[in-house]
Write a protein that binds this ligand. Structure first.
Ligand code: PAF
Length: 289
């Protein structure tokens, strides 16, 4: 089944007139197996599945990969058709950000949480993400929206926005999909040369080493992961580590060694010119145990 393709707000409004509940999967396109798993999750949650495909300039910094970010709309539509997607909303930049509004634009402020961890590496990134996600929610009006847990801070921030701004949508996370060797699927993986890919896999190896040390407490987790990353930092090509942190899954504040309950071990770094992120959810024993 070919999905309905909407390129403008008017086409979207006409297509959105369908009955029943709607699940939205917001994406920037270059769809891969990870996105497919989001689409399947969305199908379980609502009568109609909509996908947005939009490379959002607002969430890219001046020296980031906006220009080279892969744009593969015909392939993406084929994947959507194969996954039984009902509606693809693929607006242009002018549709999402009409030129007349330039200079007088109101955007979402991601607050303090938008300035830490990934937000510290990419100033303004989460303001851009939250702005476009809120716009997509207002345009598509989904009952539920599905996001990948690979972007754990993004997911936490979208949940925060929905709670703080009373946005009437249910946010659902879907687990990270990995290659056989552990590398988390990402549209940016296609930038990696074979040698860079070998270095990149150290991110997931480090997370696995950290997870295996979870029984020994937070400090051991970070140490075990760091040991793996030290190897990658010394490799050729090297990993340039941006951060390795153990954080609270809701606030992304770092936890201390006495922490009990859920946490996220999050890592990011650059291999060549490619920025890669990954994370693993962990749980530490409660004091009463
Ligand atoms: O995760 C992404 O692909 C993007 O950040 C999102 C949520 C579609 C907003 O542009």
């Amino acid at each position: 089944m070919t999905p309905i393709i909407a390129r403008t707000r008017e086409e979207l409004t006409a297509a959105r007139a369908s009955q029943g509940t709607l699940a939205l999967v917001p994406t920037m396109g270059a769809l891969h197996e990870g996105h497919r798993s989001l689409l399947r999750r969305a199908r379980e949650l609502a009568d109609t599945v909509a996908v947005s495909i939009f490379v959002n300039p607002l969430q890219f910094g001046p020296n980031e990969d906006l220009d080279r970010y892969p744009r593969t709309l015909p392939d993406d539509i084929e994947i959507c058709a194969a996954e039984g997607v009902d509606l693809v909303f693929a607006p242009t930049v002018d549709v999402m950000y009409p030129p007349t509004a330039l200079g007088a634009r109101v955007t979402v402020d991601s607050g303090q949480m938008g300035t830490i961890v990934e937000g510290a590496c990419r100033p303004g990134h989460f303001d851009g993400v939250l702005t476009v996600v809120l716009k997509l929610f207002n345009l598509v009006r989904p009952d539920v929206a599905v996001f990948g847990e690979k972007d754990a801070q993004q997911l936490a921030m979208i949940r925060r926005m929905v709670a703080d701004l009373n946005v009437p949508v249910r946010v659902v996370g879907s687990p990270t999909v990995r290659e056989a060797d552990g590398l988390a699927l990402s549209s940016r993986n296609r930038y990696l040369s074979p040698a860079e890919r070998l270095t990149a896999v150290s991110l997931s190896m480090a997370l696995r080493a950290g997870a295996e040390a979870a029984g020994d407490g937070p400090a051991k987790v970070v140490r075990a992961a760091r040991t793996v990353l030290d190897g990658a930092i010394a490799a050729d090509p090297p990993l340039e580590l941006d951060y390795l942190v153990l954080v609270d899954p809701e606030t992304f504040q770092e936890v201390d060694d006495a922490h009990t309950g859920p946490a996220v071990l999050a890592v990011a770094g650059r291999v060549g010119t490619t920025h890669l992120i990954d994370n693993v959810p962990l749980a530490f024993g409660h004091a009463s145990e």
